[in-house]
Write a protein that binds this ligand. Structure first.
Ligand code: GLN
Length: 534
């Protein structure tokens, strides 16, 4: 079958849930037996979000091949089996980068290089390249219709249907139908205007996904359909739902996938949504109540900064048939006011990844508390590094233990690897993407994975300093995961503790609601056991 393309645009406001809608549609099409790929086009100039602050851009999601990408790719991987890569997310910056490179090489000799056709051709080629081998390619255009910077992307997707013909490309527009409290009414005008903007540039949407906080009455659908030139059945309400994993089912109830395959002339089986129903049922009515997990970090104001992490913990809950309540604790507050009151009411403590020194002493205090009070502890990336420093200082007596990320300290337990020392460029220069790791038998890690060879994704510059290995293992620390090629410590754990484990990689990037990650399953399981004993 020739690949069919679905383009998803957004209108009215940003953060409207295009990513989730795209991912949920992906899940529905997979449930119908189709092979799906997903892609996100971002209109900003940065080459990738790797150098942006998580406060501004949210989490940076990492793929197996080491791309630093938009967090929507996290949704795509969690909802579908699509294998995402460097090609799955590109920005205006990347598009211009390659066009200018070609111009310098002389590929356009004699010609004037212009937005149309050179930039738009580059965009189309990148879309086609990522879609190879798929039945359906879902392509989300970042930003909001009407933005100056998304114009070349919209023009490129307009040309797509022109090039390939109806039935091969489909436009879905996600818009907002706000409820105006003072008037007690839902309003369709923003949707009308947004679709008008799209039609001005030659795109007539086929389906409208209308985000709204309450049911869309039939006469409103009718009105939107008439004004926006779509069929009434293609005005699909997406009412706010209590769980993001309920979105595939609710879109299916509104017959989104049916309309899509119909319009694209694809014959499929009926979708089997039982696995999604089971997930939602567990989220709604968990048999084992709730566990409270403290996430001790610096980026505490924005849950977007720890998106995959929060989801992975939810998945750990699904695997244990319990709800996971996340308590975000600002490590700087612990540093300032001490630990009292911050962590007494939790069943597990997690220190996630992060950059820079600010707040790290508070994380170390929290880790010491988890270790000595026997509370399940999970350290991820910077979390492992801080656990190593805590153990060196407080168990091995290396008082000046620290990370050379923060200062030229006396005992750099965490340091820069030789091949990182000469690197000065900031973009895409960390240890990135999937690396294999050998797991030692008889450890917590092995019990969780039930495997001796695993592969996990990385995003960091600093490493466990092998010079201190014997000092730490002499006092009981177990090095349960090693990257053999370079002899790097990837997992540490402590015996005589209910569950204390740190990993240098980011397991949260590989967890899915239908396949919870082994380490999150084990950690939440340990927290549940701790709660029951408490
Ligand atoms: N800042 C640390 C490093 O670069 C940890 C990074 C992280 O937690 N992702 O090694």
């Amino acid at each position: 079958m020739k690949t069919k393309f679905i383009f998803i645009t957004g209108g009215v406001v940003s953060s409207i849930g295009k990513g989730l809608a795209a991912a949920s549609l992906g899940a529905l099409l997979e449930a119908r037996g189709l092979r799906v790929t997903m892609q996100k086009l971002d209109p900003y100039i940065n080459v990738d979000p790797g150098t942006m602050s998580p406060f501004q851009h949210g989490e940076v999601f990492v793929t197996d091949d080491g791309a630093e990408t938009d967090l929507d790719l996290g949704h795509y991987e969690r909802y579908t089996n699509a294998r995402l890569s460097k090609k799955s997310n590109f920005t205006t910056g990347q598009v211009y980068f390659s066009v200018i490179d070609k111009e310098r090489r002389g590929d356009y000799l004699g010609g004037t290089v212009q937005v149309i056709p050179h930039i738009t051709d580059e965009i189309k080629n990148k879309i086609i390249e990522n879609a190879k081998g798929a039945d359906v390619a879902i392509v989300e255009v970042g930003g909001t219709v009407g933005d100056i910077e998304s114009l070349p992307f919209l023009e490129a997707i307009r040309q797509f249907r022109y090039d390939r013909g109806h039935g091969n490309a489909l436009y879905i527009h996600v818009t907002l139908v706000p409820y105006i409290r003072t008037a007690g009414e839902l309003k369709t005008k923003p949707t009308q205007h947004s679709v008008m903007e799209l039609r001005k540039i030659g795109i007539q949407p086929d389906i409208l996904l209308c985000r709204c906080e309450r049911e869309l009455p039939q006469e409103m659908k009718k009105k939107i359909a008439l004004f926006c030139n779509v069929e009434e059945k293609d005005v699909i309400p997406v009412v706010d739902s209590e769980h993001i994993y309920a979105v595939p089912q609710s879109l299916n109830k509104e017959r989104l996938d049916e309309q899509v395959v119909d319009k694209l002339n694809i014959w499929t089986k009926e979708p089997d949504l039982t696995p999604w129903q089971d997930v939602v049922e567990t989220l709604r009515h968990p048999s084992h109540g709730e566990v409270r997990i403290a996430v001790v970090g610096k980026y505490v104001n924005l849950t977007e900064s720890y998106k995959s992490l929060a989801e992975a913990l939810t998945h750990g809950g699904i695997a244990n048939d319990c709800r996971v309540y996340l308590k975000y604790v600002d490590s700087e507050k612990i540093e300032r006011d001490g630990i009292d009151g911050h962590l007494d009411d939790v069943d597990g403590i997690l220190v996630p990844g992060g950059f820079g020194e600010r707040g790290t002493e508070g994380k170390i205090i929290a880790i010491q508390f988890a270790r000595t009070a026997n509370i399940p502890f999970f350290g991820i990336c910077l979390g492992l590094q801080m656990a190593v420093i805590e153990f060196s200082r407080n168990v091995c007596g290396v008082k000046d233990a620290c990370s050379s990320e923060f200062s030229d300290c006396g005992s750099p337990l965490i340091h820069l690897m030789e091949d990182q020392k000469s690197v000065s460029k900031k973009g895409g220069t960390m240890r990135l993407g999937a690396y294999p790791c050998a797991v030692a038998k008889g450890t917590l890690a092995h019990a969780a994975y039930n495997a001796t060879e695993i592969s996990e994704r990385h995003r960091h510059r600093y490493e466990f300093n092998n010079k201190y290995r014997s000092a730490l293992t002499g006092k009981g620390m177990i090095l349960s995961g090693i990257y053999k090629d370079k002899d790097l410590v990837e997992i540490i754990e402590l015996p005589n503790h209910p569950w204390f484990l740190g990993c240098q990689f980011h397991p949260e990037f590989k967890s899915k609601p239908l396949q919870p990650h082994p380490l999150f399953r084990a950690f939440v399981g340990a927290a549940l056991a701790y709660r029951n004993k408490r």
